[in-house]
Design a protein around this ligand. Structure first.
Ligand SMILES: Cc1ncc(COP(=O)(O)O)c(C=O)c1O
Length: 395
């Protein structure tokens, strides 16, 4: 007799992670892959911060639990960062340290929303939002955006929604497009949410990874919005699994109680390192300079390889490429690119279940030499057959 499996667990696989698995298998088989699929920095945390981790382990091998919403000194350090980075005063009582921003999504959705609620989000967008909400019994209300609004939502999109929503998720710089909202656009959206009783969730995980202008925090424009941020991207601590929330006053206590029961504590060693990592902004900004150089290479080389329509990559480390004139099946296209050109990318279906068969996300968080080599292979592949032996020999 087969036992029950919950309906809530019936969420689609995260395809980007499927791609990651395929790539890892090929690499384990000895294939030399240039990786344009991974949504994580090729760098680790700054060396000095790692040294601090070693010292922490030596001085306190026990590494016990911390407060459920994080060490007070880290919460205070994050609060200080808001003054330094944005000129916004935030009391540390509003900061909750979480298990990646993913943990922050769980805690903030659970604290602000109920089963049956509806949350709007732009499509294409980060796949996990949709699936997270579904697993919690909340209905995602997706609306399409495209290059006409820089792949970002506008108040006009929100006005055009056919149903009343309880929440809205925005993400700037965005995954998969890398595009950003202007401060005025964010302000207008925050005002619309305020006027319509909609809780705004601002995913700010790619803040710091911007090229021409700084990203603005929603905290400048709203007292009721939830900010989600992470040590995974700008801070290059992806696998340490740490993020944070900046919460409106009414959610601080619910989030604390949920965090106590659901997680007990965020990872202790990661919190000690995160506290230090703010001292190495120079190193972290150097990483962003590498992504900036990579972006220039792609903007120059992609059109030569026949990829001519793509998003305007203002931040994060992604470009969203329209491959409609090349393929109607982005999954098969990415698989062929992997096996024939030995270059990996993520099919757009993760980000847009309706139109993603004709799009591909390229990530440029690797080294510039790898991005250059990936471009060379893509050019040869698209221009009629790549000599992968030569590509490997070039290593
Ligand atoms: C837009 C966006 N939000 C949130 C996350 C989750 O990141 P983490 O849980 O590592 O903070 C990601 C990861 O790629 C992302 O792209």
């Amino acid at each position: 007799m087969s036992l029950k499996i919950s309906r809530r667990s019936d969420v689609p696989a995260f395809r980007a992670l499927d791609t990651l698995r395929l790539v890892n298998e090929r690499i384990a088989d000895g294939m030399d892959i240039k990786r344009l699929e991974a949504g994580q920095p090729c760098f680790g945390a700054p060396e000095k911060a790692i040294e601090h981790a070693r010292a922490c382990l030596r001085s306190d091998p026990r590494q016990g639990y911390t407060e459920a919403i994080g060490m007070t000194r880290l919460r205070k350090r994050i609060a200080r960062y808001y003054g330094e980075q944005y000129g916004v005063e935030v009391d540390y009582s509003r900061i909750a340290v979480t298990f990646g921003s993913s943990g922050g999504f769980l805690l903030s959705f659970l604290s602000a929303l109920d089963v049956g609620d509806k949350v709007a989000m732009a499509c294409p967008g980060y796949a996990a939002y949709r699936n997270f909400l579904k697993a919690l019994g909340i209905t995602p209300v997706e609306f399409n955006v495209d290059e006409t609004t820089n792949f970002q939502p506008t108040v006009a999109h929100l006005e055009a929604l056919k149903e009343k929503v309880d929440g809205l998720i925005v993400c700037s710089p965005a995954n998969p497009s890398g595009t950003m909202l202007t401060p005025q656009q964010l302000k207008d959206i925050a005002r619309w949410c305020g006027d319509n009783g909609v809780r705004l969730f601002s995913d700010e995980v790619y803040h710091g990874v911007t090229y021409d202008r700084k990203a603005e925090t929603v905290l400048k424009f709203s007292q009721n919005a939830v900010v989600l941020n992470s040590f995974s991207k700008y801070f290059a601590m992806t696998g340490w699994r740490l993020g944070w929330l900046v919460l409106p006053e009414d959610l601080t206590d619910p989030v604390k109680r949920l965090a106590e029961n659901l997680f007990v504590s965020p990872p202790t060693l990661a919190q000690s390192v995160a506290h230090e990592v703010f001292d190495y902004r120079g190193v972290l900004d150097g990483y962003v300079d590498v992504y900036r150089a990579n972006r220039e290479v792609l903007l120059r080389e992609l059109p030569k390889a026949g990829f001519t329509r793509f998003s305007n990559p203002e931040g994060a480390f992604y470009i969203y490429v329209d491959v409609n004139d090349i393929t109607g099946d982005s999954v098969e296209f990415c698989r062929r690119m992997l096996d024939e050109a030995h270059v990996s990318a993520t099919p757009g279906l993760d980000f847009d279940t309706g139109r993603g068969h004709a799009t591909v996300r390229i990530s440029y968080a690797g080294s510039t030499a790898d991005i250059e080599e990936a471009c060379r292979r893509l050019y040869q592949w698209r221009m009629g057959g790549i000599d992968t032996k030569q590509a490997s020999a070039a290593e």
